[in-house]
Design a protein around this ligand. Structure first.
Ligand SMILES: [Zn+2]
Length: 183
């Protein structure tokens, strides 16, 4: 899914959780940041190649919004690194290991990891077999689930409508609580 929608869904999740639990602004911001972060590292090799190599800003943009088979040509090493970074950040196995290691270290679940998890779960269902299936089980397989590609106009429209409805509801609920608190 696109990064803006990832951020908005994570933000909605945080607002919903805040109805029950005390979540600091810092944790909320980190959760939203981690919901966006998985889509950043794989662009770095392309950015580096554009800054220091033969690539251009148009290559970066072309790569970020590419459709299968029409990606801009990049050197094999850059492509390899980019592809593998994408696999690392979209793997439930990697995210699970990270959660486990952090838990062993701090004996608690680091809440912002849920932002990363939300990204992985959403991407599994919003990519299709012919639109970059999400490598959720990497490194065991690069195969993904055949979901609904998020870049189809109908999905985009429905997704943002659902987001608008969710935020309207959340804001109304919050206003109701505030009004109740005053009376
Ligand atoms: Zn993603």
């Amino acid at each position: 899914m696109d990064v803006i929608a990832h951020a908005l869904w994570a933000g909605a999740g945080v607002m919903l959780a805040q109805r029950r639990w005390a979540i600091t602004r810092r944790t909320a911001a980190a959760t939203v940041a981690l919901a966006v972060a998985p889509d950043v590292p794989h662009l770095l090799p392309i950015l580096g190649w554009s800054a220091f190599g033969a690539g251009t800003a148009a290559t970066v943009k072309g790569y970020a919004i590419a459709v299968p088979g029409q990606e801009p040509a990049v050197p094999p090493g850059v492509e390899w690194l980019s592809h593998n970074l994408h696999c690392v950040t979209h793997s439930a196995i990697v995210a699970g290991m990270a959660a486990l290691l952090l838990w062993m270290w701090s004996r608690s679940l680091w809440i912002p990891l849920l932002g990363w998890w939300s990204h992985i779960v959403i991407d599994v269902f919003t990519h299709s077999a012919d639109y970059y299936p999400s490598p959720v089980l990497w490194p065991f397989t690069r195969q993904g689930f055949d979901g609904v590609a998020w870049n189809t106009p109908v999905f985009m429209a429905l997704n943002y409508l659902a987001l608008a409805a969710t935020y309207l509801w959340l804001i109304r609920q919050r206003l109701r609580v505030l009004a109740g608190g005053r009376s």
